[in-house]
Design a protein around this ligand. Sequence first.
Ligand code: PRP
Ligand code: URA
Ligand code: MG
Length: 209
Amino acid sequence: MSKVTHFDHPMIQHKLSIMRDENTGSKDFRELASEIAMLMAYEVTRNMPVEEVDIKTPITTRKFKMLAGKKTAIVPILRAGLGMVDGMLKIIPAAKVGHIGMYRNEETLQPVEYFCKLPQDIGEREVIVTDPMLATGGSAIDAINALKKRGANSIRMMCIVAAPEGIKALQEKHPDVDIFVAAIDDELNDKGYIVPGLGDAGDRLFGTK
Ligand SMILES: O=P(O)(O)OC[C@H]1O[C@H](OP(=O)(O)OP(=O)(O)O)[C@H](O)[C@@H]1O
Ligand SMILES: O=c1cc[nH]c(=O)[nH]1
Ligand SMILES: [Mg+2]
């Protein structure tokens, strides 16, 4: 079974509470999503391997730690996942960015894939999928199916708000994918929205609707 890491850091919780406020406009919402992603990236990358490398300081040469091993790919689920990319790139500037376009049919709640463009060497990268909302889990499950079909084999899922239903579904379908989340909310309503949630993240990020 995959691991779920829940971030209860006061800075993250404070920023998320402002995002939830219906009076928060797109500019602030975008900035907060990016800042939360940056803070979460710090922990998501904690187990990255390091190697000892010779570095010549102005005084002497010693071995110091540098990142080693697999490179990273950040894969936002369009559109809302895009709001987390800038913050992630501040911490992992060398990461490549793939994109998976996925929208949820609002009647059936089934995800529909409409775009996929990934780094060619996706199978050799540590993949971090970003989407602020994990509701039924359908979009994340299908996005990860699409990634695995194209060769990805080391995948982490990073979201800001999750419903317990989404976490359970994702763990059942992809037990190898660890989940990182800033908040686990109460439930889904009958329209598939997370309660209390923050509404439609894509619309709030981009000012649509
Ligand atoms: O877990 P699920 O039930 O699949 O719901 C979550 C999905 O819904 C939202 O995307 P949406 O379909 O609104 O697309 P958008 O990002 O373009 O707004 C959200 O960003 C997730 O991708
Ligand atoms: O609460 C929700 C559920 C799905 N997608 C969103 O953007 N918000
Ligand atoms: Mg949306």
